[in-house]
Write a protein that binds this ligand. Structure first.
Ligand SMILES: [Zn+2]
Ligand SMILES: [Zn+2]
Length: 198
């Protein structure tokens, strides 16, 4: 009986270490897909560290072929996110790609998009495939990454037109949304994001 209780306690501690992790103490792991630009990745990580210091570059991985939606030649975002969570059970995970990713509208249609996140699961994936001007790619990519990570840390879309968390509705609005509004900053501040040096 006693040993069974001890085993149960150990199981509980183990389970809590996986599921009980509080968002804000987690590391953000950045996954680079299929030879995505190292330069863009390193620059984006440096930008993210200004807001959230616990960031790790993970080893490069391939987009799962089973996630490919052949009629449109894009990769289904939800499948990419599922693969990420299988690779690592804890922490916040984000994948960078230059391939088209799409949003599966309950199997009805696949819309191409710039990024997809799971607010409840701490997962994001972003792509450069929809950026047209090379000169602004890095700047907009950094903002796109912050937008999607905002979701991954629990933020929904924001009604403030100048906030980085505004709903892009599939368009690239990052030219005029340089930062988070005060409400979104307050939310992320509770998850250990820092805005004092920005
Ligand atoms: Zn969004
Ligand atoms: Zn906002």
């Amino acid at each position: 009986m006693k040993s069974r209780l001890i085993a149960l306690a150990w199981f509980w501690i183990w389970a809590a270490s996986i599921y009980g992790q509080t968002i804000g103490t987690e590391t953000v792991y950045v996954y680079n897909y299929n030879g995505f630009s190292e330069k863009i990745t390193d620059n984006a990580i440096a930008e993210l560290k200004k807001y959230y210091p616990r960031v790790q570059k993970a080893s490069a991985i391939n987009l799962p072929e089973w996630a490919r939606y052949k009629p449109k030649g894009c990769y289904t975002g939800s499948s990419i996110l599922n693969q990420l969570r299988r690779i690592r059970k804890t922490d916040v995970l984000i994948g960078f790609t230059d391939k088209d990713i799409c949003y599966n509208n309950h199997g009805k249609e696949h819309f191409r998009c710039m990024g997809i996140s799971r607010t409840d699961k701490g997962l994001s994936v972003v792509t450069t495939s929809r950026f047209k001007t090379k000169a602004t790619t890095q700047l907009y990519f950094n903002r796109l990454m912050l937008h999607e990570l905002g979701h991954a840390f629990g933020l929904n879309h924001c009604s403030d037109k100048n906030c980085i968390m505004v709903d892009a509705k599939g368009k690239n609005q990052f030219g005029h949304t340089p930062s988070f509004c005060s409400r979104c900053k307050e939310f992320l501040g509770k998850k250990n994001w820092k805005f004092d040096k920005i």
